[in-house]
Design a protein around this ligand. Structure first.
Ligand SMILES: Cc1cc2nc3c(=O)[nH]c(=O)nc-3n(C[C@H](O)[C@H](O)[C@H](O)COP(=O)(O)O)c2cc1C
Length: 244
C-alpha cells in the first residue's frame, strides 16, 4: 500500500474511533438516565445490540467516567463556575450541575448545560426519565460533590442538614463513598462571622474539604478574605481527589 493510501486509512480509523467514542458517550448517558446499574450492565446490555467496536468504546470509556456533582449557589462569583464546569468536563468526568434558585439570579443554566453536556438541575421537582428522583440518583452516583461557589447561606444549610432544594437534598442523601469539596465565596465579614466559621468547622469535622477563599478585592467593594479560589486550582484539586 502506498504511503498516501496508508495515511488515508489511518485518518479513516481515527475518524471511526472518534465516532464510536461519541456514540458510546451518548449510549452510556441513555443508560444512566434510564437508571441502569452501569457497572454491571454495560458489557451485558450492549452485547448483541451494537457493533463490537462500539461496545469496546463503551467499555473503555465507562471506567474513566466518575461523576462530579457541581453545586452552584447564589454568589456574584457564580459565573466563574461555568469555566469550572468546562475544565472538569474536558477531563472526561461526568459533570452534573445543580443550581440553587438564587444562583439562577446570577447566571442561566444554558452555559452549564452546553459545557457539561448534561441537563442542569435547577429544581427539586425537575424529573427526567426513569423512576428515581434525580437528587437521589445523583446522590447515589456522585464520586465528588463540589460546591463552587458556596455561599454563607449554603454552608449554613450543609452544616445543619437543611434540605430545602436539590443541592442540599443531594448533600444530605450523599453516598458515603463520595468526597465533598467546597469553595466558598462571599463578603469578608460574612466569611469571618463566628456563625460561618462555626459552620465551616462543623463541616471540616465531618470530612468536608475546603479550598479558599482567598484575599483580594471583593466585588462588594471591600478588600478582604472571601474571593473564590482560582477555578483552575479548584478543578486541579477536584481531579486530584478523584484520582487518589
Ligand atoms: C449581588 C449579590 C451578590 C451576592 N453575592 C454573594 C456571595 O458572593 N456570597 C454569599 O454568601 N452570598 C451572596 N449573596 C447573598 C446570597 O445570594 C443569598 O444569601 C442567597 O440566599 C443565597 O442562596 P443559596 O445559598 O441558596 O444560593 C449575594 C446577593 C446579591 C444580591
Amino acid at each position: 500500500m502506498s504511503r498516501g493510501c496508508l495515511e488515508q486509512q489511518r485518518q479513516r480509523n481515527r475518524l471511526a474511533e472518534r465516532i464510536n467514542q461519541h456514540f458510546a458517550i451518548r449510549i452510556l448517558e441513555l443508560f444512566r438516565i434510564s437508571g441502569f446499574d452501569l457497572q454491571r450492565q454495560t458489557s451485558l446490555t450492549i452485547k448483541g445490540c451494537f457493533s463490537d467496536a462500539l461496545r469496546a468504546a463503551c467499555i473503555t470509556i465507562e471506567p474513566e467516567r466518575k461523576t462530579i456533582v457541581l453545586g452552584v449557589t447564589g454568589s456574584i462569583a457564580a459565573y466563574k463556575a461555568a469555566d469550572l464546569a468546562s475544565l472538569l468536563a474536558k477531563s472526561n468526568y461526568g459533570v452534573h450541575v445543580v443550581m440553587t434558585a438564587d444562583a439562577l439570579r446570577f447566571i442561566t443554566p444554558l452555559p452549564f448545560k452546553t459545557l457539561s453536556r448534561h441537563p442542569v438541575i435547577t429544581d427539586l421537582y425537575d424529573e427526567e426519565e426513569g423512576w428515581k428522583p434525580t437528587h437521589v440518583r445523583l446522590a447515589d452516583e456522585a464520586d465528588l460533590l463540589l460546591v463552587a461557589p458556596a455561599t454563607a447561606n449554603n454552608l449554613a444549610k450543609l452544616a445543619h442538614g437543611l434540605a430545602d432544594d436539590a443541592l442540599t437534598c443531594i448533600a444530605l442523601a450523599l453516598n458515603p463513598k463520595a468526597q465533598v469539596l467546597v469553595a466558598p465565596a462571599m463578603n469578608g465579614k460574612m466569611w469571618s462571622h463566628p456563625a460561618t466559621q462555626r459552620n465551616v468547622a462543623l463541616l471540616k469535622e465531618r470530612g468536608v474539604e475546603f479550598i479558599g477563599p482567598e484575599k483580594g478585592m471583593l466585588s462588594c467593594g471591600y478588600e478582604g478574605l472571601g474571593r473564590l479560589w482560582a477555578v483552575d486550582k479548584i478543578a486541579a484539586r477536584a481531579l486530584e481527589m478523584l484520582s487518589g
